[in-house]
Design a protein around this ligand. Sequence first.
Ligand code: FE2
Length: 412
Amino acid sequence: MSGNQAPEFTWPDDDISRVPYQVYTDADIYAREQAQIFQGPTWNFLCLEAELPNPGDYKTTFVGEASIIVTRDDDGAINGLLNRCAHKGALVCYKPCGNTRHLTCVYHNWSYDLDGNLAAVAFSKGVGGQGGLPDDFETAGHGLQRLRIETYRGLIFGTFSDATPAFADYMGPKLLASIDRVLIKPLKVLGYHSQMLPNNWKLYAENTRDSYHASLLHVFHNTFGIVRPNMRGGVQIADSGWHHRSYAERVPAGDVEIDKEKVRSLKNQYSLDDVSLMEHVEELGDTVTNSIQTVFPSLVIQQILNALAVRQLVPRGPDRSELFWTILGFEDDDDALLELRLKVNNLVGPAGFVSMEDGLAGGLVQRGAVADPAARTVMPMGGPGIEPSVGSRVTEAAVRGFWKGWRECMGI
Ligand SMILES: [Fe+2]
């Protein structure tokens, strides 16, 4: 570029199956995403209603890089507040969760109620009749910035934008129904884990929409029959293209013959000492054993056998992101089902055989991407469009749908 400022990024043509590597590495694009995607017309997962059972309960979370406080107030209502003091901008709340009457900034003790209203200012009347707030200072205009909130089936979503449609319209009926399918009863949080991903957040957003890789990268899945390409299943895609769900049904054990010429698979001598890892208790009214759903831009809703979880994707700079897992069960689970959920979640999570591999794959692309930012990926699987598919998951349609949504938000 010979010292000149780089031209503003534009997509080379209308083709959403070819992604310029620059979008994974460029600091200006990353900064623009904070405003136009995370603080744009999108619903961002914040936390679960089950994490805030009582008045005064709060939890801190993220929308993009922005720190957010979610509270339950005395009326039982959920509030989403930007975690930034109206005075000098310090984080008001630096604890992950708790119960409180007021949110008080440690810097100058400005204090807010659970709805984010400014309730008290230290030394507001000055000291000894001197100093203090001017008479025309309006506390009403200096609360914590509020997000719009919607809850759905125990999930709490927030948006900065007035332009975001109602959550049901945002998802569309098909993808809303697939949330209904999984979150059928009051939820119980069983635990958390998190992992740093050595890649731009969009590489993970792509990964979760990429049903093509599931049986190839995740050899354990394929070998022991959690996901194989010849299982019944399909890919649902919202009419907008923004959200998707990939699902598969395991046929009874022993009935699956894998074509070893076509599928990279471990040999038959491998077997599990603990076959309960593959156990599945049907509880959702169908025989689907693997269901991965996305909510643009940052949520994954997971059912793998009985392992239920939500995963929240948080960007940490152009080449880093962090994935927060909340492991779920239902309030009425018995001990055996609870143990089964945890066991399979450990298999899937960052210390197991699935998410570690997804983190590795994203990091490999990130390392490749820096070589030539103007070069492009190619994603031809399943044709150029974003149509859903029934019967096949060997498609990149949902990944292309993500890029449609990204370009619409970014105006690129
Ligand atoms: Fe994966």
